[in-house]
Design a protein around this ligand. Structure first.
Ligand code: ZN
Length: 467
């Protein structure tokens, strides 16, 4: 068996994809988009997978950097199944439709410009039709029950605790009369998150692909982060500033909404206007609510108890979900304090850019960064304390206070990653560290090496591992 690491390698955290080639089948695990600046995004253009036959595609969870190139497979003529958990498929459909609309919109805008310059139009990376085609090929897989996905390959999806429906995938491959077991961790969540169950452990594994996004850092405990967040919000409200939160539409937006409901319910903060300014986050919240009723086992018991006490919407009468662009623009006219949760999570696109442009130069503005910011993204520049940034070609001075709250991350911190590896370590698997910047991967590799006397491999893009 050979596994080629297509993306999220060589220090990158986006573009996750692996081609698994056995004697009997060829399978693609993940089909993510490269994000975070022009250089990374250029990598999306070449064909994602092998031109040869592909038997099945599997994805761990719905985020764009794990699913965003699936419609390209449809465009290339792939007609086989795409397996994931039911909740992941719901989220992925939402993400892909949104992404296709963005691709089409960008291409139309560029083509118009090019037409005026007498140049030929550009084609979108993929269309909404391509997205709808691949969505038709989705096949739901249960948690913890192996599914035959290709000749001599079974896949078992287990909880990853990262977002609703997220999973790690165990592949059981029959080859040369023996079974080989390979785990793809996918993105792992932090342990003890109040909303999702913790990730499930693995044992008896031959080869492991482990994410290392926060291999170098531990998050502040959730409780302490909540206190810090509340203080920031109180400060902003006291100085009548706006609180801008670049929000990943799926996961962080719902966590923050629940948190504000809790803060209002427990009188930690007096209710003030909140805006969920993201059509996709609004849709994702609906899916969360739907799964909460239909599949409560996907959630942590603490959140279930909290919602049973009193419906969240009763605490959130000051929350407005703004779908249309016109409603979003009206937020600009609000003079008092308010909280705006808008995408994109890394400030590389979306409505948050308009809010940042209108407010970054004001000292009473607070920007709260709650998720991972890739190299090259505007969000990363803000985290690193850039004093001047460019938004829509305009120079904007940063006078706002920028806060980074690692404790709200949807990703496992260093301690969590080590705990995950501790569980699988007794079977002495080969370990491949992916999905991390190089300093994070190296630090995690060093710690695992010291503790378990194993030499993790840090592959580059395009490297192949044989088993
Ligand atoms: Zn993710």
């Amino acid at each position: 068996m050979k596994i080629t690491v297509v993306g999220a390698a060589g220090g990158e955290v986006t573009g996750s994809a692996y081609i698994v080639q056995t004697k009997n089948a060829r399978v693609l695990v993940e089909c993510g988009m490269f994000q975070g600046g022009k250089k990374s995004e250029a990598l999306n253009r070449p064909p994602v997978g092998p031109k040869q036959r592909l038997d099945a595609v599997l994805v761990t969870h719905g985020h764009l950097d794990h699913t965003g190139r699936l419609p390209l497979l449809a465009k290339m003529g792939y007609q086989g199944p795409v397996y994931a958990t039911a909740a992941t498929l719901d989220m992925t459909a939402l993400v892909l439709r949104d992404s296709a609309r963005i691709q089409e919109g960008d291409a139309t805008r560029k083509s118009r410009k090019r037409e005026r310059a007498g140049e030929p139009p550009v084609e979108p990376l993929y269309s909404l039709t391509d997205a709808e085609t691949i969505i038709q090929q989705f096949r739901a897989a249960p948690y913890r029950k192996p599914v035959l996905i290709a000749p001599c390959i079974q896949a078992c999806f287990t909880e990853a605790g990262h977002m609703l429906g997220s999973s790690s995938i165990l592949l059981m491959v029959e080859e040369d009369g023996r079974q080989k077991r390979v785990v793809f961790s996918g993105d792992l969540g932090p342990q003890c998150s109040p909303i999702l169950p913790d990730f499930a452990p693995f044992e008896n594994v031959d080869l492991v692909f482990l994410e290392s996004t926060y291999g170098r850092r531990n998050h502040r405990p959730f409780r302490e982060t909540v206190d810090e967040f509340i203080e920031i919000v109180k400060d902003a409200v006291a100085c009548r500033g706006k609180i801008l939160i670049p929000t990943f539409a799926i996961g962080r937006a719902q966590m923050l909404t629940i948190l504000m409901s809790w803060a209002f319910r427990n009188k930690r903060i007096k209710p003030f206007p909140l805006f969920l300014d993201s059509p996709m986050a609004i849709e994702a919240t609906k899916l969360y609510a739907q799964h909460f009723v239909e599949t409560p086992e996907l959630f942590d018991e603490r959140i279930s108890r909290y919602v049973r006490q009193r419906p969240i919407r009763e605490d959130l009468k000051s929350l407005k979900a703004t779908r249309s662009a016109a409603e979003s623009m009206e937020i600009n006219d609000i003079s008092g304090p308010c909280m705006i949760m808008a995408g994109a999570g890394m400030c590389n696109a979306g409505r948050i850019l308009h809010h940042l442009k209108a407010n970054l130069w004001k000292p009473q503005t607070h920007v709260v960064i709650v998720g991972y910011q890739a190299h090259g993204s505007l969000g990363r520049m803000l985290v690193e304390g850039e004093k001047v940034v460019r938004i829509f070609g305009e120079k904007i001075v940063v006078r706002a206070q920028v806060h980074t709250l690692g404790g709200f991350s949807a990703h496992a911190g260093q301690k969590d990653l080590l705990a995950w590896y501790d569980a699988v370590a007794p079977s002495k698997p080969r370990l491949i560290l992916v999905h991390g910047e190089d300093d994070a991967r190296k630090e995690l590799a060093k710690l695992i090496q010291q503790k378990h006397k194993t030499n993790p491999l840090l592959p580059g893009r395009g490297d192949t591992i044989e088993l």
